[in-house]
Structure formats: structure tokens, C-alpha cells
Design a protein around this ligand. Structure first.
Ligand code: TEU
Length: 543
């Protein structure tokens, strides 16, 4: 197995509860994933990344882990996991798993012990406990806020407060505590020995906090864990501390105890120049590049992002990564069908009705987007269902919502359930082939028309476009060269060369532009004549 497989890999994100259900409980599971390994191989992905499948009370979709060395009974067993890995490896598909080191579930053994132990005890020191401010300690120790809304501190009956950057069921670990550090090294070894090829590291930038007393408040009120705060607070008390890199230097050593070395992918919502530090040669291998989620369908913006991402990655010897969707954001078919200035959170709170997304336009752009991102050098991430062109299900009835964001924001934000609706596999059936039962989230009317069955063999379908693009990409992906093509790379058109003879063109404008001379390898739309229509993309073989 090549040691550098990840440098040009297409990595497919599986949200296990919504992929496919093998045992009829309405919840997707590991055996379900194994049963679709041929589908994944046929799609042509190099690796899968599994979102958490560990025992969990599911207060945050499994990102609240109660036991890092097991499988939640509703999703299977460790033996099922081993079978999944074996089935993937037989087909040359690597397996990455999600590791959640910033916080545990409040049902984790350690947190239960902490609750049962007094203030100042070693059990509490594994988490972030503090006395409150005010004369009876009735105020939180600092102004830090939870990412899901409200204070990042919850008070216990004994008067102490504990910190949680996310839901109160997700207490933050104390990364200054040696037990915590040792525990995660051991967890990495546990899964590496089971054959896992790498890890996606949740909230990678927030592990280490500056807890020197008195705790520093974050400057600027609401939403204090975002990127903007890093701009306002470059020396932020809990985001992107320099000390967090020591953690990844230790992890890197563990990765190299295995052959081939395991890899780590940082989920770090920080600016480009800060993010690249996570991928220095003695740390992690990749970091998600979320810039495409922040700028929408605009060639000049994309040009800037591509330029910065590629040169940033190069400066530390790694490759850029490209992300259009994941389990936390509005599905991009919908996002790209909305006016660019739409605030997607506000849009969600209108149940997706205001403004109404133009799904035809969104789909057309999503087809171009996949030729764009798969045409770029580096590693691309595909979120399950985007290959089917699934839109966001923004009108889920509020009773079924599970995302803690909905409650924590007092129903102001509808949350992330709409991109987690179970996949449609067949035209018919109670849950379009996802399960023999209704899925854990309801699928909208007509979901089966977007299924794998409905698209397979249809040349015009999103699924067949992804399959063809993934197959053809292998011709040039290993060659990391990238060059802008100056004569065409202007205005609404992005134009770049790969591997000397592949020219990628993306037209984000609405007007057709002249098509350069070359042989069409693949286009996002049927081409007639010698122009590239608006909102489309093409790969050309040129001299
Ligand atoms: O997300 C981290 C994170 O910061 C997100 O809140 C992100 O900023 C937001 O969703 C963008 O809209 C990770 C996981 O991907 C997410 O599912 C978890 O809820 C979170 O960590 C806590 O573990």
C-alpha cells in the first residue's frame, strides 16, 4: 500500500446512521455500510471516513462519545467493524474514522466519576471545572460561549461549573492533564491495530485552553467560538493555542508506529495561514479546507481560495483539500440554488421557503462544482448523497429534529438534520431502500426518484457524472502540478491546467464563453458547438 495514498485521494464521508440500515431498526449501521462496499468501489472513491459510530446517548449525532473503544449497539459490534474494514481493504478502499478528543459524552465513565468526586479531585481535573464568579459563585467563570448557543459553562448542584464548547452533554476534556493525553494515544493505537488507515480529528483547534487565572474573557459578544473571533482575538483563550500542536506532534509519532503510517485530518475552522500549521511534516497530514463553504459560486472568489489553498499547503509540504458539503452544512445543491447573499442559517429558520431555492440551477452548478473540485490537485471530500444530487431537506417537521442547535438556540436555528436524511437506494419501499422500516428521519415525498436505482445507467444523472469523473480523474490526479491558464482564466471563468495536458474550465457566470480548442474529456452539461454555457464546467485534453 502506497504511503502517500492520501495525497490525491477522494474521501467519501459516511454518516453511518443515514447510510443504509441492515437490521430494520430504522438506523443505518456498520453491516449496512459493508453491504454497500461494491457500490463505493464502483463509485470510485479511494477512502471512506466514518462519522462517529461509538456508544453514545446521541445528544449531538454521536459526537458525544461514551466509550471510544466500542460500537453503539444500534449500529453493530466490533466484529461488524472488523468486517467493514476487511471488505473495504479487499477493494483497496481505506478507512478513516472520526476521533472526538475535545469533549466526551456526559455519560462517559470519566465524567460520571468526575461528578461523583469532589471539587479539586483528580477525577475532576480530567475535565474543565471551575468555581464561578460573584460572591456566591453564581456567575460563570468566563464569558465563553457554546457553539450551539448559550454559555459554555453549566453549574452543578455542588456549585462548581464545568465547561462545554458544544452541548452541555459534551463536557470538554482538560488537555493539560497527562491521563487525557495518554488515553488518546492509546485510543489511536487501538483502532490502528484494527486496521484503520487514519483519523478525522473533530474540533482539532480547540483542545488546549489557556486556563491561567483569572480566566480571560473573549472580546466581542455573541458567537464567540467562530473564525471571526480569531480575527478579533488572535491570542484566543481556547482556539488555536500554540500548545495544541504538541498534541499532534505526539500523535504523529503514534501514526508512524504503523505501516503504512496512519494519517490525521484536522477539522479546524481557522484561517488558511493558521490551518496549514496543523499539517507541518511532524504533525497531521491534511486539514479540511472549508473556504468553499464560505464563498458561494463566484469565480474571482474561488480563484483566490484556490491560489491561497494550494500555496499554503505547498509551503508545509502537504496538499490542499476541497470540501463542498458535510454533515454540518446545508447541502450544496440547495445552497448553490440560492442568491449568493442568503444567510443559510436564516434560510433554514424559514424552513427553506424564503427565498425559494432554484434546485435546477443548484443542480446544474453542483455538476460543474464536482468537475471543478475533482479537477483540482490534492484531496477531495465527497459527502454521502451529494453523488445523488440530494438537496437539503429544510422542511423537516420540528418534532423530529435531533440537532441540539435547535433547542440551544431557542428554536432560532433549525440545525443540521436536513443534510442527514437517510439515503434513497431504491425507487420504492417505505424508506426508499434505506431500511425495511421508516428511517430515523423522515424522507420527503419523491426521495426514491433521486435514488441510486433511479439514476444508475442514466447518462445524464448526477450519479453517473460522479462515477465518470472519479474514473477519469485517475488519469491525472497523481500528478500534483497545477497552473493557471492565463488566456482563459479571467472574469467568471476559472481555467487551469493539470498534468500538462488537461485543461479544466469552470464558468460561474450566466453567459456562454468560447471553448478553447481541445478534446472534451468530460463536461457537466451537454455541449453543442464551441461554447461553454454559463454555470457549467469541462475537462479538455489539450496539446
Ligand atoms: O463540528 C465543529 C464545529 O465547530 C461546528 O460546530 C461547525 O463550526 C458548524 O457546524 C458549522 O456550521 C464538529 C462536528 O463536525 C459537529 O458535527 C459536532 O457537532 C461538533 O464538532 C461537536 O463535536
Amino acid at each position: 500500500m502506497s504511503r502517500n495514498w492520501w495525497r490525491n485521494a477522494v474521501i467519501y464521508q459516511i454518516y453511518p446512521r443515514s447510510f443504509v440500515d441492515s437490521d430494520g431498526n430504522g438506523i443505518g449501521d456498520l453491516a449496512g455500510i459493508t453491504s454497500r462496499m461494491d457500490y463505493l468501489a464502483g463509485l470510485g472513491v479511494d477512502a471512506v471516513w466514518l462519522s462517529p459510530f461509538y456508544p453514545s446517548p446521541w445528544a449531538d449525532g454521536g459526537y458525544d462519545v461514551a466509550d471510544y473503544r466500542d460500537v453503539d449497539p444500534s449500529l453493530g459490534t466490533l466484529e461488524d467493524f472488523d468486517r467493514l474494514v476487511a471488505a473495504a481493504h479487499e477493494r483497496d478502499i481505506r478507512v478513516l474514522i472520526d476521533i472526538v478528543p475535545n469533549h466526551t459524552s456526559d455519560q462517559h465513565e470519566w465524567f460520571r466519576q468526575a461528578l461523583a468526586s469532589p471539587a479539586g479531585s483528580p477525577e475532576r481535573d480530567r475535565y474543565v471545572f471551575r468555581d464561578g464568579k460573584g460572591h456566591a459563585g453564581e456567575h460563570p467563570p468566563s464569558n465563553w460561549e457554546s457553539r450551539f448557543g448559550g454559555p459554555a459553562w453549566t453549574r452543578l448542584p455542588d456549585g462548581q461549573w464545568y465547561m462545554h464548547l458544544f452541548a452541555k452533554e459534551q463536557p470538554d476534556l482538560n488537555w493539560d492533564n497527562p491521563d487525557v493525553r495518554a488515553e488518546f494515544l492509546d485510543i489511536l493505537r487501538f483502532w490502528s491495530r484494527r486496521g484503520v488507515d487514519g483519523f478525522r480529528i473533530d474540533v482539532a483547534a480547540a483542545l488546549v485552553k489557556d486556563m491561567s487565572e483569572p480566566l480571560r474573557d473573549v472580546v466581542g459578544g455573541e458567537g464567540t467560538t467562530g473564525l471571526d473571533d480569531l480575527a478579533a482575538n488572535p491570542d484566543h483563550p481556547f482556539l488555536d493555542r500554540p500548545e495544541v500542536h504538541d498534541v499532534y506532534r505526539e500523535w504523529n509519532k503514534v501514526f508512524h508506529e504503523f505501516d503504512p503510517p496512519r494519517i490525521g485530518v484536522a477539522e479546524a475552522w481557522v484561517q488558511n495561514e493558521r490551518r496549514v500549521r496543523y499539517t507541518r511534516t511532524d504533525e497531521l497530514q491534511q486539514a479540511f479546507n472549508f473556504e468553499f463553504l464560505r464563498v458561494r459560486w463566484d469565480a474571482p472568489e474561488y480563484r483566490r481560495v484556490v491560489q491561497e489553498s494550494i500555496s499554503g499547503a505547498k509551503s508545509v509540504g502537504t496538499v490542499a483539500t476541497w470540501v463542498m458539503s458535510n454533515h454540518d452544512v446545508v447541502r450544496h445543491v440547495s445552497a448553490l440554488g440560492l442568491p449568493a447573499e442568503t444567510d443559510l442559517r436564516v434560510w433554514l429558520s424559514t424552513h427553506g421557503t424564503h427565498p425559494a431555492p432554484d434546485l435546477e440551477l443548484g443542480t446544474r452548478r453542483a455538476r460543474a462544482a464536482v468537475l471543478f473540485t475533482l479537477g483540482l490537485p490534492g484531496s477531495a471530500y465527497v459527502y454521502q448523497g451529494e453523488e445523488l444530487g440530494l438537496p437539503e431537506v429544510a422542511d423537516l417537521p420540528v418534532e423530529v429534529l435531533e440537532d441540539p442547535k435547535y433547542e440551544r438556540t431557542n428554536h432560532k436555528e433549525k440545525g443540521r438534520d436536513g443534510c442527514r436524511v437517510p439515503l434513497p437506494w431504491t425507487r420504492d419501499g417505505v424508506s426508499a431502500g434505506f431500511s425495511t422500516e421508516p428511517g430515523w428521519l423522515p424522507q420527503p415525498e419523491g426521495w426514491g426518484e433521486r435514488s441510486v436505482e433511479a439514476q444508475e445507467g442514466d447518462e445524464e444523472s448526477m450519479l453517473e457524472l460522479y462515477r465518470t469523473a472519479l474514473r477519469l480523474r485517475r488519469e491525472f490526479a497523481a500528478d500534483e502540478s497545477f497552473e493557471w491558464e492565463p488566456t482563459h482564466n479571467t472574469g467568471d471563468v476559472l481555467a487551469f491546467r493539470r498534468a500538462d495536458n488537461i485543461l479544466v474550465l469552470v464558468n460561474t457566470g450566466s453567459e456562454a464563453v468560447p471553448l478553447p480548442v481541445g478534446e472534451v474529456v468530460l463536461s457537466s452539461i451537454k455541449l453543442d458547438g464551441d461554447t461553454l454555457p454559463g454555470n457549467s464546467a469541462v475537462w479538455l485534453r489539450v496539446g
